[in-house]
Design a protein around this ligand. Structure first.
Ligand code: RNT
Ligand code: ZN
Length: 418
C-alpha cells in the first residue's frame, strides 16, 4: 500500500474516532507497549532439538505436512526473525525446554541447565526479544499418561526435578533480560478411560507443584495452564481448570488461559474479570480451536475480539500477558505466525479504540439501546486504518504486502529445506 494512502486513511479514521471521544494516538501508544510472546514451536511443529525424529505425544497434535519446517536451532531462529520482521512492535519469544542448545548431546530433562539456554539469551538480546519459558513433560519415554501426578515416585521425582530446573533456567533468563521470564507449566496428565482415582492424582499433582514452587525467585514468574482433555486422554485431566484456579488463587500464581482449553460454548473473555480479583496476573495462550483444541492459527473472530476488549475494559494490560499457542503444519509456518500475531494486534487495536466511557455512561443511565447501537457501530469503525498506520510507523509491511515477503522467504529459504 502506498504510504500516502495509508496516511490519508489514518487521518480520516482519526477524525472519525475523535467524534466519539477516542484518541487514536493514545491507542497507538498503548499498542506499541504490548509485547506478544511468540511461541517458538510454530516453526517446527513442536519438535524441539532434543530428539528431532521423535513423535509428539501428550495428547497434542500438529497436523499437516507443509514443506519447509525448521529442522534445527538456526532454522527456528531464522524463521522467528523473519516472522518478526512482519509483525509491528517488539515481541517476546516463548521457548520450550526441549529447544535448548544441547550441542548434539543427549541431555535428559532432569539434567538441563541454564548453560543450555545461554545461546538463546544472547540471541534474544541481540534481536531485542525477551524470553519466556515452558517445562516440557511430553514427547519423552517417561511421559506416559502421568508425569507430575504419577504414583511411581521415580517418575514423579524425575518430572519434579525437570520443572525445578526449568524455573532455575527461567530465573537466569529473567536476570539476563532485566525483565521477569514467565514460565508456564502445562502437563498432559490424564486418563483415556474412567479412573476411580481422580482425587489421588490431583493430590499428587498438588504435592508436586508445592515442591516445585518451594524455592522463591525474583526474576521469573510461574504460571499454570489447565486443559479440558488431550487426545487419548479424553476421560480425565488431572490439571483441570478448577484445579489450577484453586491452586493459583491460594498460592498467588499466574493462571494461563489457553483459548482452546475449554468447553466449546464457554467464553474465555469472561474469565478475565472473574479471575483478576483473586490472582495476580493472567497469561494467555491465544489460539483457535476448531471443534476441539485443534490449535488452528489465531484469526480475528468474536472470541479474540471479546478477549481483547475484556482486557482493555478491565484496564488490565499490565496484568494480562499475551502469548500465542497454535501449531498449524498445513500452511506456510512463518505466514501462520504473522497471521496470528497480526490478528491478535488487530483485535487489540479495535479494543483500544472502543469508546468505553461513552458506553459506560449509557449503561449507567439505563440506555440499553444506545449501548448496543454504539457497540454495533464500533464493529465497522475504521480500526483497520489505525492498524495499517501502526504497521507503517513500525516499518513492517502494511496490509497484504506481507504475502509477497512470506512467499519470497519460502522460495529462497524454506523450500530448500529437505
Ligand atoms: C497444550 C497446551 C500447551 C502446549 C505448548 C506446546 O494443550 O496448550 O500450552 O500447546 O506447551
Ligand atoms: Zn497452551
Amino acid at each position: 500500500m502506498k504510504e500516502d494512502v495509508v496516511n490519508r486513511a489514518y487521518d480520516e479514521a482519526r477524525a472519525r474516532y475523535a467524534e466519539i471521544g477516542v484518541d487514536t494516538e493514545k491507542a497507538l501508544d498503548k499498542l506499541q507497549d504490548i509485547h506478544i510472546s511468540l511461541h517458538c514451536w510454530q516453526a517446527d511443529d513442536v519438535t524441539g532439538f532434543e530428539n528431532p525424529d521423535g513423535t509428539l505425544t501428550g495428547g497434542i497434535q500438529a497436523t499437516g505436512n507443509y514443506p519447509g519446517k525448521a529442522r534445527n536451532m538456526e532454522e527456528v531462529r531464522a524463521d522467528v526473525i523473519e516472522a518478526k520482521s512482519m509483525i509491528p512492535g517488539s515481541h517476546r519469544l516463548n521457548l520450550h525446554a526441549t529447544y535448548g542448545d544441547f550441542g548434539g548431546k543427549r541431555v535428559d530433562r532432569d539434567q538441563i541447565e541454564p548453560r543450555h539456554f545461554e545461546g538463546w539469551m544472547q540471541w534474544a538480546k541481540e534481536n531485542n526479544m525477551k524470553l519466556d519459558f515452558n517445562s516440557t513433560s511430553f514427547s519423552h519415554p517417561k511421559s506416559g499418561n502421568l508425569s507430575l501426578a504419577n504414583p511411581d515416585p521415580a517418575i514423579r521425582d524425575f518430572w519434579v526435578e525437570h520443572t525445578k530446573r526449568c524455573r532455575a533456567i527461567s530465573e537466569e533468563m529473567g536476570k539476563a533480560q532485566g525483565d521477569p521470564c514467565i514460565m508456564n507449566v502445562w502437563i498432559h496428565d490424564g486418563s483415556k478411560d474412567i479412573t476411580v482415582n481422580r482425587l489421588k492424582y490431583r493430590e499428587l499433582l498438588k504435592d508436586s507443584l508445592d515442591r516445585i514452587f518451594e524455592r522463591k525467585y525474583e526474576n521469573m514468574k510461574d504460571c499454570i495452564e489447565a486443559k479440558l482433555f488431550g487426545i487419548g486422554l479424553e476421560s480425565y485431566t488431572v490439571g483441570s481448570s478448577d484445579f489450577y484456579i484453586a491452586y493459583a488463587s491460594k498460592y498467588n500464581k499466574i493462571v494461563t488461559l489457553d483459548t482452546g482449553h475449554y468447553h466449546p460454548t464457554e467464553s474465555i473473555s469472561d474469565k478475565i474479570s472473574a479471575l483478576l480479583p483473586f490472582i495476580p496476573e493472567i497469561m494467555l495462550h491465544v489460539s483457535r480451536p476448531v471443534r476441539w483444541d485443534s490449535d488452528h492459527v489465531t484469526i480475528i473472530n468474536d472470541e479474540t475480539m471479546d478477549l481483547c476488549k475484556e482486557i482493555v475494559r478491565s484496564d488490565a494490560l499490565s496484568r494480562v500477558h499475551i502469548g500465542l499457542d497454535y501449531f498449524d503444519a498445513s500452511i506456510n509456518r512463518i505466514g501462520a505466525y504473522v497471521i496470528g500475531a497480526r490478528a491478535t494486534q488487530k483485535c487489540l487495536t479495535a479494543a483500544l479504540l472502543e469508546p468505553t466511557p461513552l458506553l459506560r455512561d449509557f449503561e449507567a443511565e439505563g440506555k440499553g439501546f444506545e449501548r448496543l447501537a454504539m457497540l454495533e457501530e464500533g464493529k465497522s469503525m475504521p480500526w483497520g486504518a489505525v492498524y495499517d498506520e501502526f504497521c507503517l510507523r513500525n516499518g513492517v509491511p502494511v496490509g497484504d504486502a506481507y504475502l509477497k515477503e512470506v512467499e519470497r522467504y519460502e522460495k529462497d529459504v524454506t523450500s530448500k529445506r529437505g
